[in-house]
Every structure is written in structure tokens, then in C-alpha cells.
Design a protein around this ligand. Structure first.
Ligand SMILES: [Zn+2]
Ligand SMILES: [Zn+2]
Length: 330
């Protein structure tokens, strides 16, 4: 049994390395750590037509879903959880920093990227794959971020995709190297973009609570969790009030990374290693194809989120690098 499994795996690997449809699997420097899921069902007809991903930057599980009473995330806990499904064992399985955490969602690969915005991901993103496949204008896909350095999510190093099918970007105060923007401004920007362009696919980053935590400001850190919780709720309400999106949209609320446990280095102030505080994050998924008022305890990571978005958006195996989170579906 085991030998035949190994043989099948070897055959799969061999066929992947010679398959012209899957160029990144043949690259020796391939940073991807999961093999494709052969059960991907890209022909399925989902109710989901649009996807919004919210990345709240750097809260610890212990101050969000793991906090008794979940007092700092009342909107997610009391308003959104009844409509969605919580993954209780969701982790960042790569570098626990901002750029790598976000890029794992957009590319389906864990890769150790410069965290300054000075390095593009190796692999093309879901945004590029989807724009190429759908033939929609770039205004149909958006990356809207409080942190300017996340503009790198719009492009990749891969020479056959570099500069091609890039999504629309609205990052930081005024794009690359312009500085971070306040999250309330970012939320306003999202509402304007939604009204004006009606995106099919969007990733939104809020810089809090990471920003205040790095300053050693515990109360600012907690306020950052409370504020981003309410911003996500307001933005989702705004989108769902639009008949274009109503009951046809899936929302994912997650994090790029957590923060150190109290006994690790300087505790909540920093992050970046593999302590359980940095690894353990959250994912709440809400949409017409998902379970409601439920939770799943399967271990998942950013790569599985990436694969699930690809599945919902009709991308096939060649664009999809991980296992879909099938058990969040109805
Ligand atoms: Zn940080
Ligand atoms: Zn840590």
C-alpha cells in the first residue's frame, strides 16, 4: 500500500515536472510546499460569484477568538459567526511576517520574502490568474491595503507573468514607499472602489493591531483589534446591501500572522518566529456556499485559503496549489 502510494506520488511528480501547463512545479527553486489537490472541482457551479478577503494585521488568537467572551471582536463573534464558519486550527505555516503571510494567500506558496516591499513573490497571484482567465478589466480585481509595501502582491517575478494581468492597486498613503494609511481611510477607500468598480475579487489589509503593538502600546493594540472588527463588519454590510453582491459574495476574515506568546522575547510587541503565538491565527468564512454558525477543527493554513478562493473563482488545477477547505462548504 505504502509502496504503491510512493510510486503514484513519484509518477505524479514526474508528470508535473514535464507538464507545460504547470511551469512552477518544475522550477527547482519552487517555494511551494503542498502538492496540488487532485479533487479540485473547478467546474462546480457555486453561488459565490465575488470574493473579498480581509486581512487584519497581526492579532494573537488569545486576544481574538481565544479570548474568553471574545469581547474585543463583538461584530465577528455575534454578527458574523452566525452567518459563517470558523476554522479553529488555522495557522501561518511559513514566515510569520506581513509580506510573506499575505503573499501565501495570494500565491498559494509560503515563501521567505523581504518584508520591506522590496521583493515580488515568485509565483503569479490568484489575481493575475483570474484576470487572465476571465478576460475582465483590471478594475475587476483590487488589492486595497493600509500598508504601502503590500503593493508587491500585485505582481510577481515569474518572467512569463511579470507585469501582466496585474490587479488594480490602492496601497498605503499613495502607493509604494508612501507610508502606511489609517485603517478608517482604507475602509472608506474600499467603499468608494466597491461603489465605483464593483470588483469580483479583492484583498483588503488593515495595518492594525500590528501597528500599535510594535510601539509597545497594549491599549492601542487592543483598540486596533476592536476597530478592525467594526470596520470589517461595516464594509461587509455595505457590500451586502448592494444587490450586485447580495447573497453572491464570499468573505474571508483572516490574519497574516499572530504575535509572540507573552513568555517569548518581548511578547505581544513583536512577531516573526515559529512560536505558537505567531503561528496561530484565525479564519472566519462567510458566504452562500459555506456552513453557517459552525466551526471546523481541521488544520488549515493560508495555502488552503488560497486554494479555496481559486476553487470558488473557477480557477483550475494549474492555478491552484493547495488543498481546498472542503469541510467549510455546506
Ligand atoms: Zn508587524
Ligand atoms: Zn513568536
Amino acid at each position: 500500500m505504502r509502496i504503491s502510494f510512493l510510486l503514484v506520488s513519484l509518477l505524479l511528480l514526474t508528470s508535473c515536472s514535464t507538464d507545460p501547463m504547470l511551469p512552477w512545479f518544475s522550477a527547482p527553486e519552487n517555494p511551494c510546499i503542498e502538492l496540488p489537490d487532485t479533487t479540485i472541482n473547478a467546474v462546480a457551479n457555486y453561488n459565490t460569484k465575488y470574493v473579498f478577503v480581509f486581512v487584519i494585521d497581526g492579532p494573537r488568537w488569545s486576544e481574538t477568538w481565544g479570548n474568553q467572551g471574545r469581547q474585543f471582536i463583538p461584530y465577528q463573534n455575534l454578527q458574523l459567526l452566525p452567518k459563517g464558519v470558523l476554522c479553529t486550527d488555522f495557522i501561518n505555516d511559513g514566515a510569520t511576517v506581513t509580506v510573506s503571510g499575505h503573499a501565501a494567500i495570494t500565491t498559494g506558496c509560503y515563501e521567505d520574502l523581504e518584508n520591506t516591499g522590496g521583493e515580488l513573490p515568485s509565483r503569479p497571484s490568484l489575481f493575475q490568474f483570474w484576470l487572465a482567465k476571465s478576460d475582465k478589466p483590471k478594475e475587476s480585481a483590487w488589492i486595497i491595503t493600509s500598508k504601502d509595501k503590500l503593493y508587491v502582491l500585485g505582481n510577481c517575478k515569474d518572467s512569463s507573468w511579470n507585469g501582466k494581468f496585474s490587479p488594480s492597486l490602492n496601497c498605503g498613503l499613495a502607493g509604494a514607499y508612501s507610508g502606511y494609511r489609517d485603517d478608517f481611510q482604507t475602509a472608506d477607500t474600499v467603499l468608494n472602489i466597491v461603489s465605483q468598480y464593483h470588483p469580483y475579487l479583492a484583498l483588503i489589509n488593515f495595518r492594525e493591531p500590528d501597528y500599535s503593538a510594535h510601539q509597545g502600546d497594549w491599549y492601542g493594540y487592543i483598540d486596533g483589534i476592536i476597530d478592525t472588527d467594526s470596520l470589517v463588519w461595516s464594509v461587509i454590510n455595505f457590500i451586502e446591501a448592494d444587490p450586485f453582491y447580495e447573497n453572491k459574495t464570499s468573505y474571508f476574515i483572516t490574519n497574516d500572522h499572530g504575535r509572540h506568546l507573552n513568555e517569548v522575547q518581548n511578547g505581544f510587541v513583536s512577531h516573526g518566529d515559529d512560536c505558537n503565538g505567531c503561528r496561530k491565527i484565525s479564519l472566519l468564512s462567510i458566504g452562500p456556499d459555506f456552513k453557517q454558525n459552525d466551526s471546523v477543527s481541521t488544520k488549515y493554513s493560508h495555502i488552503n485559503l488560497s486554494a479555496t478562493i481559486a476553487e470558488l473563482m473557477g480557477l483550475g488545477r494549474e492555478e491552484n496549489n493547495g488543498k481546498v477547505m472542503w469541510d467549510i462548504f455546506k
